[in-house]
Design a binder for this molecule. Structure first.
Ligand code: ACO
Length: 163
């Protein structure tokens, strides 16, 4: 999750100049919130609002992992991609765990280069390492092919109540 603790799941992965790592508090200054606005409504947060939510999520430790990607060769540090894994602890299946992938978004300038695939595959690996027996997500029909490339198969029906 949003933690820099050395005990937390080792999420860092580097391929070329793109590094995938866990969210840091300083990512507020690196465009993390505006990147999320490419996915859904995401008004800017003040530094203290961001820090409050970061701290709240960090309390979940490895049950809430937010990955980000940045280009280490770029002059300005900007977040190019993100994705989240939430681990749900159940009584079912002998106290099994389910991974939920949420809030996957790649900056418009960085799409079509395999970064989305890398972020989601890393989230799935982390879920497997955490002992989850499955990983699930909700998406629009247009994204079926993308998530199929990430290893997902279609299962069930998505239902929602919006407030
Ligand atoms: C659970 C959720 O969060 S659902 C929300 C997902 N996020 C969004 O819709 C936000 C806006 N979109 C994006 O951020 C990006 O376009 C993403 C995340 C959908 C894809 O990220 P990208 O980095 O562009 O994908 P990437 O380059 O890794 O593509 C991997 C493969 O999926 C395919 N693919 C990517 N996007 C799509 C798409 N929209 N439809 C069909 N196939 C796709 C690519 O062609 C590629 O296939 P290939 O390996 O055969 O060439």
């Amino acid at each position: 999750m949003a933690s820099t603790s050395p005990e937390s799941a080792a999420a860092t992965e580097t391929d070329g100049s793109i590094q995938i790592r866990r969210l840091e508090l300083a990512d507020h200054e690196r465009g993390f919130v505006s990147l999320l606005s490419q996915l859904s409504s995401c008004p800017d947060l003040t530094a203290s609002e961001f820090a409050a939510r970061f701290t709240e999520l960090a309390a979940h430790g490895d049950d809430h992992v937010i990955l980000v990607a940045e280009d280490s060769s770029a002059q300005e540090r900007r977040i190019l991609a993100t994705g989240c894994l939430f681990v749900e602890r159940k009584f079912l299946r002998g106290g099994g765990k389910v991974g939920h992938v949420e809030d996957v978004v790649i900056d418009a300038t960085a799409r079509g280069k395999g970064l989305g695939l890398r972020v989601v595959r890393r989230l799935v690996e982390i879920a497997r390492e955490a002992g989850c027996y499955k990983v699930i997500l909700d998406c629009t029909p247009e994204l079926r092919a993308y998530y199929a490339k990430c290893g997902f198969v279609e299962k069930g029906v998505q239902m929602a109540v919006y407030f």
